[in-house]
Unconditional design. Structure first.
Length: 100
């Protein structure tokens, strides 16, 4: 298989990505990227009419509950057990006070 991408193109992409590649890495990347691009070219030649696009090979479902409003604590209930509430909020020590 003739390379789809050559050494100079790999070096150009590496420069754009600010990557420093060794000679062995340049050779490896040339082969690997050529293989990837050849595979993409083969896919582009296929008749894919009617094939639904996918972003994952396995159907995924949201396992989280629906985000629906529901009753919650009032501000007074939330602050009821706070050790030192102030002006309707939780008061916490400053980082400097905690270090002392």
């Amino acid at each position: 298989m003739a390379p789809v991408i050559d050494r100079e193109q790999v070096l150009h992409v590496a420069r754009l990505a600010r990557l420093k590649l060794s000679e062995d890495e340049v050779e490896t990347m040339t082969e690997e990227l050529s293989g990837i691009l050849a595979h993409v070219d083969r896919i582009a030649q296929m008749d894919l009419d009617g094939v639904e696009p996918t972003d994952h090979v396995v159907a995924l479902e949201n396992v989280l509950r629906a985000d629906e409003p529901r009753p919650s604590l009032t501000p007074e209930q939330a602050l009821a057990s706070a050790p030192d509430p102030a002006e309707g909020a939780f008061r916490v020590p400053s980082p400097q006070a905690a270090e002392a």
